[in-house]
Design a binder for this molecule. Structure first.
Ligand code: FE2
Length: 380
């Protein structure tokens, strides 16, 4: 607990200087490459309360791909599928299944973001270029990160359109109610054996991030599974990227399982924040989203561990919501089962009540729950 208790967004001084070269205003969008974007959009709207925002496809002049853009609070997802065979999108989906391709970051200057990061060693994905339509101009650039995942830098201060040039507003009749999801709290990457340090260094040196919290495999292990994790954050704390790598356990860890089924490093989970986790999770459950369950015994002594909380324990227990505390407050969190047939990506719902950490005290309880799921798939 000692390390997590020191969690703080205060960054080392040298890093405050370092981060000046890449000011990030927030997460602009997250793009998933999926096998069937139309149905994926329906799923995230129906089950998760995302609202239709924009569309690009055959009707807007695209020949080989289609994208649906959906939004809830500040969270914007882009769901993209190929329309033909044999292209880059197809290869990505064949290799990884549905998954996150791009974590796009909102910046003031996409060209400078590209230059600063590529000069520091980032591999280029997209040279700076400009897109225009009647609503103005957006500049984009991009670099590679772990696995086949990329970061896109989005400069949109001169744009008034609904999303990006080339997209049209999408306003279908079907708009299920929102469920209170507000913003992306953090996005976690799983990388391979002994690769965590390399990718943390990448975020430090290439993007000017600093490490927030660290814990080693003694902190996060059960009888069977283990992992190591470090949390990297940008200078203003708006962007937080924990990086996990597998550690030796008696059986295959959940990170190894991910790497095997995703066929490499990639985004393990996105954490989405709510102001009322009990309400949000109740409704998600009513709409068919499945969550990991924790043993009832978790709730018997949880208040001894975390102290007093504002919520009644009963609904938290009923829904399987986990509780953890650090120096600055507490947090409530819950994790879905994988959203796909491959046991890869899932979503975390988090409500912060002062706490700035990531629920380390819950990891053991959580891993035991994940292992029960792995055992049922025969991959433990
Ligand atoms: Fe998380």
């Amino acid at each position: 607990m000692a390390i997590a208790d020191k969690t703080s967004l205060q960054l080392p001084k040298e890093n405050l200087e370092a981060q000046d070269f890449l000011p990030l205003l927030g997460t602009d969008y997250i793009e998933l490459y999926v096998g069937n974007a139309k149905q994926a959009a329906y799923y995230y709207m129906s089950a998760w309360g995302f609202q239709p925002l924009a569309y690009a496809g055959l009707e807007t002049g695209l020949k080989d791909k289609v994208s649906y853009v959906i939004q809830q609070g500040k969270i914007r997802l882009v769901l993209t599928s190929p329309l033909k065979s044999g292209g880059e999108l197809n290869k990505h989906i064949d290799a990884h299944g549905d998954g996150v391709k791009a974590i796009a970051l909102w910046v003031d200057d996409a060209t400078k973001s590209y230059t600063e990061t590529t000069e520091r060693g980032a591999e280029s994905y997209l040279k700076p270029y400009s897109l225009e339509d009647k609503d103005g101009e957006v500049k984009l650039s991009g670099i590679h990160t772990y696995g086949e995942t990329v970061h896109i830098f989005v400069e949109r201060s001169n744009y008034k359109g609904v999303f990006l040039p080339g997209y049209k507003a999408w306003n279908p009749f079907y708009k299920p109610a929102e469920l209170g999801l507000k913003y992306v709290d953090h996005i976690v990457g799983n990388v391979g054996w002994n690769e965590m340090t390399k990718w943390c260094k990448f975020y430090e040196e290439v993007m000017g991030f600093a490490q927030l919290v660290s814990f080693d495999d003694k902190d996060i292990s059960t009888d069977y599974t283990a992992l190591m994790s470090k949390v990297m954050s940008n200078g203003n704390g708006r962007i937080k990227f924990p990086i996990n790598e597998p550690a030796d356990g008696r059986k295959k860890s959940q990170i190894e399982e991910y790497i095997e089924f995703y066929n490499g490093a990639g985004v393990q989970h996105m954490a989405m924040a709510t102001d009322n986790i009990i309400e949000t999770v109740s409704q998600l459950r009513n709409r068919g989203v499945e969550f990991l369950t924790v043993p009832a015994i978790y709730y018997e002594d949880v208040l001894d561990r975390v102290g007093e909380i504002d919520e009644d324990l009963e609904p938290l227990k009923e829904l399987g919501i986990l509780i953890d505390r650090d120096d600055e407050g507490y947090l409530l969190q819950i994790f879905t089962k994988p959203l796909l047939d491959r046991p890869t990506m899932f979503i975390e719902i988090i409500q912060r009540k002062g706490a700035k950490s990531f629920g380390k005290g819950n990891f053991k309880a959580l891993f035991e729950a994940i292992e029960r799921e792995q055992a049922s798939r025969g991959t433990l």
